[in-house]
Write a protein that binds this ligand. Structure first.
Ligand code: NIG
Ligand code: ZN
Length: 432
């Protein structure tokens, strides 16, 4: 074989495939052990897709005549698929460090929100910010995520709450995806809160009659690419009826349904997600048994966000009950001004300790199942032939170090690779 390939990663102590049978998600007993090759190699072709992955000797023999743009000797290292962060709010201006002190002193999330802080504070600053400033801060946040191993990330709008500011945020997300080597799944979240001066009914009408039609126009004209629709379905924010009408309208435009539900109060949002064929519902701290059963049946993924429960001292999402019921469990960082965390390794650690997930469950939730929640598990989330050559290399001989070493990813992650190109080399500053 003599065609040119982009990258050979050879002789890794472990290559963690996650799965090897083309599964789109993993549930139940499939999560007890993941597919791992001891002493393995990976080849990424000139198209950036995985051409081969297998035992080092087999790959060496098969590619003995091949040429590679780059070869990494991964002796003593582990190779994993790039991590997938299934829920973030990374476009905003104005941090909320002052609110952290209030929350530590006992104020609840909704106390702060009702007092005009929380999302409202961020909306005010984001509306006033120039797109170029939002882009600069978004890019630096995405780079931080990437250095912690994330190669596919969901990014929401939702701090505009009116047409022009929402479109500004979506354009900034799109521009970041064009200028940085990271995969983005973009989400319209114009119903993230009821804006000041409007009732819930008026805000719902604005999303249905103004924001979504204009978004559709922009998408049809090829000016904007958006993947998902989101609503914050919560008591005092959007009720089930408003949520249903907005999500249905988004689905009619071809968007995947992926929304916030059952976070602070039980709202039957999980059942709503199942009814609407949602790809995912996030949060679920207050999900009911019926909601869990409905999500398992409908194959609606549960995107669990361990940082939120941790920071807000909420009850932990019932990960074990969901896993036992066969729900597709995914993870997200929920990066936002309330939960300032860019690191999926920390998220996995919290999921294991606080939500009682095993390390194999957490890694699958942060790879193949998170990719499923974004409708991308046919191309991302595992190291299988023809998927994107997105991976990370760890300075460790067992992959579990990535979860075990709390906050240790800065030293552990040696390389991050996207479509066969090294986008982060921990030993060098790359000029991308
Ligand atoms: N719960 C609603 N939305 C975000 C928080 C956004 C914010 O507080 O700015 C979340 O997922 O945690
Ligand atoms: Zn969120």
């Amino acid at each position: 074989m003599s065609s040119s390939n982009r990258l050979l990663v050879k002789n890794a102590q472990q290559v963690v495939l996650i799965c090897s049978g083309g599964q789109k998600y993993l549930t139940g007993h499939e999560l007890q052990s993941l597919s791992v090759i001891e002493n393995g190699s990976v080849v990424i072709g000139g198209d950036g897709l995985i051409k081969a992955v297998g035992p080092a000797e087999t790959i060496a023999a098969r590619f003995s005549e091949a040429t590679f743009d780059k070869v990494i000797d991964a002796s003593g290292m582990c190779v994993l698929p790039g991590l997938v962060d299934a829920h973030t709010h990374p476009v905003w201006a104005g941090d909320r460090v002052h609110e952290f002190a209030m929350k530590l002193a006992g104020a609840s999330y909704m106390d702060v929100h009702r007092a005009g802080g929380g999302i409202h504070f961020t909306v005010e600053h984001t509306r006033a910010a120039a797109a170029s400033d939002l882009l600069t801060s978004l890019k630096s946040r995405l780079v931080r995520m990437q250095r912690a191993g994330t190669t596919l990330v969901e990014c929401k709008s939702g701090y505009g709450l009116e047409l022009h500011a929402e479109l500004k945020m979506l354009q900034v997300i799109e521009e970041a995806g064009r200028s940085l080597p990271i995969n983005i799944s973009s989400t319209f979240c114009g119903a993230h809160a009821v804006p000041r001066g409007k009732t819930e009914a008026e805000a719902t009408e604005d999303v249905l009659q103004v924001q979504l039609p204009l978004l559709k126009e922009q998408m049809s004209a090829g000016n904007l690419k958006v993947d998902n629709i989101d609503v914050f379905c919560e008591r005092g924010v959007f009720d089930v009826a408003s949520t249903r009408s907005i999500l249905r309208a988004g689905k009619d435009m071809g968007l995947n349904i992926n929304f916030h539900g059952d976070e602070l109060h039980p709202m039957n949002a999980a059942q709503l997600g199942a009814e609407l064929g949602a790809l995912a519902v996030s949060h679920l701290e207050e999900v009911s048994d019926e909601g869990i059963a409905a999500m398992a049946e409908a194959k609606t993924a549960a995107v669990l966000l361990p940082t939120t429960a941790y920071i807000l001292r909420l009850p932990q999402p019932r990960a074990r009950d969901m896993l036992e019921a066969g729900v597709i469990v995914a993870l997200g960082s929920d990066f936002n001004p309330n939960a300032y965390c860019c690191s999926m390794p920390i998220v996995m650690h919290l999921a294991c300790v606080n939500m009682k997930m095993s390390m194999t469950e957490a890694l699958a939730a942060a790879t193949i199942n998170a990719a499923y929640a974004l409708g991308r598990s046919h191309t991302h989330g595992s190291l299988e032939v023809d998927k994107h050559g997105d991976l990370l290399l760890l300075n460790a001989t067992r992959w579990e170090h990535l979860i075990y070493q709390l906050g240790g990813h800065q030293e552990l992650v040696r390389y991050v690779v996207v479509k066969g190109n090294v986008v982060y080399d921990n030993d060098k500053t790359l000029d991308l």
